[in-house]
Design a protein around this ligand. Structure first.
Ligand SMILES: Cc1ncc(COP(=O)(O)O)c(C=O)c1O
Length: 448
């Protein structure tokens, strides 16, 4: 491993060296092509090298690349904030722009904390979140992320925060259906709030549609409604982490739109709002809360690159493109097609236990036994091996194990929102080839 590479920080493995990307295709230094089945880490929502995004970037770069928001205002910042608020709907009126999902989660928590202090409720500081879940890798975001293995390593550095079980739909405990487990999980949230003391709770944070930590788990509608009621009843802010599922990926701009009436108090966005062209994250909050914090002396929170003009221009161009190409609609249509194809593969391959998700945020869970839903032996690192095999078939998959696979293992299938029906066929064909090799190898390993 050559020491200049960031990969030198990780366990050694070989990866293709990418030199170019266009649309859904990556090209490596040997000229081999890989279909991007996951938009990188579910970020590159417009595919690669989109000419209109590159034009917007170049135009902005010539005009202005940096102006610090405590010193200057910029038009691109104002326009992007207004556009995000308009797309997010009433009550999510103001946007604080940062450089990614973890920063945005930190920003949301600090903003809510400052608001609580400003309104005379300084005893509120606890943030409840789901397990499994992922909200980022900075220390505050990690403290709320529902990954007990990662938390254990960093525990001395983290504030201890309460967690409640996620309403998983595939691996439900014995004698539960997805619906009864969702009801039970909502009850547990209420119980934890009462036990901790509602007056000490700042927020409940959840992904309305799960990302890699739960493999695109779509909580039962009942859970969404119950959680909204519980948070309202106890006066706790409901924060939706839409870093992965937002910006149109599920077929609506915000994933929460799938459950009419379920409106979060604060929303966190990242990834898709700049589609991987520049680092970008956003916190959307009600004007009344923002005004309160501003009136109490102002938000004690800046980053060097917050509301960066170049990133704002990219964000605006991405949102223009989503509208011009009806890409949110395309996510719904292509997602349905892709989901159908993945379900056909699930019939064909005995190691595919579940296909789930919404729109173009889909995941495939690998198992050893369909009847018992038993996972493949963790030592086989099945999903890691499938990723390697898929690369050999010219297909780039994305997976990350939560807590070393405690809740099972899956890979994301989340191509760019620009994907066509022909590209979905190609993706499915390549995945099918990879699955044949993978199953043969797993069988050989388990019988040897
Ligand atoms: C739901 C969710 N929240 C937060 C984050 C952290 O975002 P970032 O990697 O941009 O810091 C991620 C990243 O994958 C995510 O999926």
């Amino acid at each position: 491993m050559r020491s200049g590479l960031v990969q030198s920080f990780f366990a050694p493995t070989t990866r293709p060296r990418i030199v170019r990307a266009e649309g859904v295709w990556f090209t490596d230094s040997d000229g081999r092509r890989y279909l991007d089945a996951s938009s990188g880490p579910v970020a590159c929502n417009l595919g690669h090298a989109h000419p209109r995004i590159l034009d917007a970037m170049m135009r902005q770069a010539r005009d202005l690349t940096f102006a610090f928001p405590t010193q200057f205002e910029t038009e691109v910042n104002e326009r992007l904030g207004a556009r995000l608020a308009e797309l997010s709907g009433p009550g999510l009126d103001r946007a604080f722009l940062v450089s990614g999902g973890s920063e945005a989660i930190e920003t949301a928590i600090k903003f809510l904390r400052q608001h609580a202090v400003a309104i005379g409720e300084p005893e509120r500081w606890k943030v409840i979140a789901l397990e499994p879940s992922y909200h980022g890798n900075t220390l505050g975001a990690l403290a709320i992320s529902g990954d007990p293995v990662a938390r254990q390593v960093f525990a001395p550095l983290l504030a201890s925060q309460p967690h409640v079980p996620a309403p998983l739909t595939y691996r439900v405990p014995e004698n539960h259906s997805a619906e009864s487990w969702a009801r039970h999980c909502a009850g547990l949230l209420d119980e934890v709030i009462r036990r901790e003391g509602p007056e000490t709770i700042l927020a409940f944070v959840m992904e309305p549609v799960g990302g890699t930590s739960s493999g695109a788990n779509v909580p039962h509608e009942l859970y969404h409604r119950a959680v909204r009621d519980i948070c309202t009843r106890h006066g706790i802010a409901l924060v939706h982490d839409e870093v992965m599922c937002g910006a149109g990926r599920t077929g609506c701009f915000l994933a929460s739109e799938h459950w009419p009436g379920v409106r979060p108090d604060v929303v966190v966005l990242a990834k898709g709002i700049s589609a991987g062209y520049t680092p970008m994250g956003a916190v959307l909050a009600p004007a009344s809360m923002v005004d309160r914090v501003a009136a109490a002396g102002g938000f004690m929170h800046t980053f060097t690159y917050f509301a960066n003009p170049l990133s704002c221009a990219v964000g605006l161009a991405v949102l223009d493109e989503l509208a011009a190409g009806d890409l949110v609609g395309n996510a719904g249509r292509m997602g349905a097609l892709l989901c159908e194809g993945l379900n056909r593969l699930a019939q064909e391959f005995r190691t595919i236990g579940d296909v789930r998700g919404l729109g173009l945020l889909l995941a495939v869970e690998l198992i050893a036994d369909k009847e018992t839903k038993r996972s493949l032996p963790l030592v086989l690192n099945a999903v890691g091996r499938l990723q390697e095999i898929a690369l050999g078939q010219g297909l780039a998959l994305y997976a990350r194990r939560t807590a070393g696979g405690r809740w099972g293992e899956w890979f994301m299938v989340a191509p760019p929102l620009t994907v066509t029906a022909a590209e979905i066929d190609e993706l499915l064909n390549r995945l099918r080839s990879a699955m044949f090799i993978f199953e043969a190898e797993m069988e050989a390993l388990q019988t040897s």
